[in-house]
Design a protein around this ligand. Structure first.
Ligand SMILES: CCCCCCCC/C=C\CCCCCCCC(=O)OC[C@H](COP(=O)(O)OP(=O)(O)OC[C@H]1O[C@@H](n2ccc(N)nc2=O)[C@H](O)[C@@H]1O)OC(=O)CCCCCCC/C=C\CCCCCCCC
Ligand code: LIP
Ligand code: MG
Ligand code: MG
Length: 220
């Protein structure tokens, strides 16, 4: 859904990319720093329960994934290894964000759920289950695209591509952080799981359509 915002978003962050180039940062360095930062902050947020602060910092770190491509475009023009590194480390960042959410649900189930007088612990298990499904669909969505590309077909459709998935996770974290109600993050995870399953089906069907037609659509 948000994929069509890529071009205007890129234009918006171009000055920031130029500033990073001027202090000597390379695209690959930004890719690696962004990923390491995401892993650390996602787990710190999950363990401490500082979800709003975590969402703000993670938003900036996720931005690094857009900045690396902008830096590459302005310097080397983009490299094969850079593209490989970017997509590969994205999987680790995706894992870290959802693992951080799971850690949060497990560690903070007791004191984040004060919506009613009772302690609806089951909400945290719904959150854990949905986050686990989302982790799987996030990997399979990206794998389906990469596997199709490896045999010459472009399969990047779907209702929940990466930017959508990131926004759902970060907005869910931010709202739960602000309200102290874990229910919002659990709702976000259920939404992500449902949209993720739908996206996997959309990509499988699109791959079948293209492969049955037999016209190659992707040139590496
Ligand atoms: C600031 C405080 C806010 C506090 C709010 C807290 C709550 C959080 C609420 C909302 C969160 C919003 C999250 C924003 C999500 C952004 C999504 C995003 O950026 O995703 C990243 C992807 C990057 O994709 P990719 O890595 O594929 O592209 P690249 O451009 O990197 O290109 C890859 C090619 O580049 C080459 N290359 C790369 C690396 C390398 N080392 N070498 C290379 O050579 C190679 O050729 C590669 O092939 O971006 C997208 O998916 C684009 C879509 C973006 C849609 C954005 C939607 C934004 C929505 C809301 C914005 C909210 C405000 C955010 C703050 C903005 C501040 C300016
Ligand atoms: O396929 P998906 O996960 O929705 O979206 C993602 C793409 O938007 C991105 O360009 C690529 O670098 C990632 O590896 C990932 O594939
Ligand atoms: Mg990138
Ligand atoms: Mg990326």
């Amino acid at each position: 859904m948000l994929e069509h915002l890529r071009a205007p978003f890129k234009k918006l962050i171009e000055p920031l990319a130029k500033a990073l180039i001027s202090i000597g940062l390379t695209a690959n360095a930004v890719t690696v720093i962004g990923t390491i930062g995401t892993i650390v902050v996602a787990f710190v947020a999950g363990i401490t329960g500082w979800l709003f602060a975590g969402a703000v910092v993670l938003t900036l770190l996720v931005l690094a994934d857009s900045l690396d491509g902008s830096i590459a475009k302005l310097t080397t023009g983009g490299t094969q290894f850079g593209a490989f590194l970017d997509s590969t480390l994205d999987r680790i960042a995706d894992w870290a964000l959802l693992a951080g959410v799971i850690v949060f649900f497990i560690l903070h189930a007791d004191w984040w759920y004060d919506i009613s007088q009772s302690s609806p612990d089951y909400i945290s298990w719904v959150g854990v289950g949905a986050a686990m499904v989302s982790m799987m669909t996030s990997f399979v969505t990206s794998y389906a695209r990469a596997r199709a590309e490896s045999v010459g077909f472009e399969v990047k459709n779907g209702i929940a591509t990466r930017a959508d998935r990131l926004v759902i996770i970060l907005v869910g974290m931010a709202i739960t952080g602000l309200t102290h109600h874990g229910l919002w993050l659990a709702i976000g995870m259920v939404l992500l799981a449902v949209l993720g399953v739908a996206t996997v089906f959309q990509r499988i069907l699109e791959a079948r359509r293209q492969m049955t037609a037999g016209h190659r659509t992707y040139q590496p």
